[in-house]
Write a protein that binds this ligand. Structure first.
Ligand code: PLP
Length: 402
């Protein structure tokens, strides 16, 4: 008798931390012939999209839109306010903090990285020390990643602003909300963020290809004082276009615009607070399951303190090579794709197979999360990976209690 098995027919779940699951409404909105870019519906949609993006970011500032992924808007944001030779301070809590610092260095800036490791949030006292030591105010911007998607740590951006204010440092506060926007609560204006970058393929549920740079008046003044800014990255005409093509400095990503319109409609119909609350409850359900599993065996969450965890992504450890075995098993048998571990160790290190991540951002609900957790439980059993009991019951209880 061949071994009993099931094939992964049915709807899959790409549970990686971006690109995220795409809603039918977004896909359907994109399925259309090429629209005119000179007149009609497409140009008319833009003012509403800009207004609705700013509602997601909670800002009355401006937004420039780019045909770019997250790396692109990292560069776009810096190119507008940091000249070669100027200094940025980067409190790094994982792979993405280092990545943004690398982009700054590529532009000729000097990046001072404070490394907080791969399992802890920023320590504000060390940032205060670095800013206080900068008596000549050489640091022009602090680059803070809100949720570092590699470690799944969530940093306190309001506390970062308070730290800068407490030492009276005039640097710009720039935040990377690529993984958190539309998932974790974020208040650009209330938290005193001067520049915020995000992209469309995570909480915003649109296929990769658009990035956003939000900026306030203080950042606009710094931009105005720059000796020169590359024509393509220049955020001023993009945020104040006289003609439709200026939003993009060229041809619009036509179908992405329709997809984004549909995604923003979904987000605002649900309501920002409800979107944040849904992500919080679903994340807590995942943590409850992980706590139960962790009672036996080697599974553990990368971030110990729930208050410091992202609501959009969860980084996990298992004994290598069990994480890779689990990812392979759920993908092949269930159509459930779990995320690779990122930035924890090099891919050629055997330990690399002991890290993985769950993406729970954007278009996710309770039955998807219960399916994700049930699929992992099945994988543990199939692969004889030791785990504690009661994980699914614990997750169901969280969802039941809301
Ligand atoms: C995904 C991500 C990036 C990089 O975005 P790309 O679109 O892959 O270039 C940067 N920062 C954070 C926090 C991210 O989650």
């Amino acid at each position: 008798m061949p071994q009993k098995s099931i094939t992964p027919s049915g709807t899959g779940y790409l549970a990686i931390p971006g690109p995220s699951v795409m809603p039918e409404a977004v896909l359907n909105a994109m399925h259309r012939p090429a629209p005119n870019i000179y007149a009609g519906e497409l140009p008319q949609m833009m003012p509403g999209i800009v207004a609705d993006l700013k509602r997601v970011a909670r800002t009355d500032g401006q937004v420039a839109i780019y045909i770019a992924n997250g790396h692109g808007v990292w560069e776009a944001a810096l190119a507008n306010v940091i000249a070669p030779g100027e200094r940025v301070l980067v409190p790094s809590t994982g792979h993405f903090g280092k990545g943004w610092a690398g982009i700054a260095e590529g532009l000729g800036a000097e990046a001072e990285v404070i490394d907080f490791g791969k399992s802890a949030p920023m320590d504000m006292s060390r940032i205060a020390e670095a800013l206080s030591a900068d008596t000549a105010n050489k640091i022009k911007a602090v680059l803070g990643v809100h949720v570092d998607t590699s470690s799944s740590v969530r940093n306190d951006i309001a506390a970062l602003r308070a730290t800068m204010d407490a030492v009276g440092h005039p640097a710009l506060l720039m935040a990377d909300c690529i993984a958190s926007l539309g998932c974790d609560a974020f208040e650009m204006d209330a938290w005193g963020v001067d520049v915020m970058v995000s992209a469309c393929q995570k909480g915003l549920m649109v296929p990769p290809g658009m990035g956003f740079v939000f900026f306030n008046d203080k950042a606009a003044e710094v931009r105005a004082a720059m000796p020169r800014v590359s024509e393509y990255w220049n955020w001023t005409p993009r945020a104040n276009p006289q003609e439709f093509y200026q939003y993009w400095d060229g041809t619009a990503p036509t179908h992405h615009v329709y997809g984004l319109r549909a995604a923003l409609d979904m987000i605002h119909a649900e309501g920002m607070e409800a979107v944040w609350a849904r992500h919080a409850v679903l994340a807590q359900a995942i943590w409850a399951a992980c706590d139960a599993w962790a009672a036996q065996g080697t599974l553990r969450m990368n971030i110990d303190d729930p208050a410091q965890r992202s609501h959009a992504v969860t980084a996990l450890h298992l004994e290598a090579p069990q994480a890779t075995a689990l990812r392979d098993w759920t993908a092949q048998n269930l159509g459930l794709t779990l995320g690779i571990g990122l930035g924890m160790t090099a891919p050629d290190d055997p330990e690399w197979h002991g890290f993985f991540r769950l993406g729970h951002m954007g278009h996710v609900n309770g039955h998807m999360i219960m399916g994700l957790l049930g699929g992992m439980e099945a994988g543990f059993k199939a692969l004889k990976i030791a785990h504690g009991p009661g994980a699914l019951a614990a997750a169901a209880q969280v969802i039941a209690s809301g």
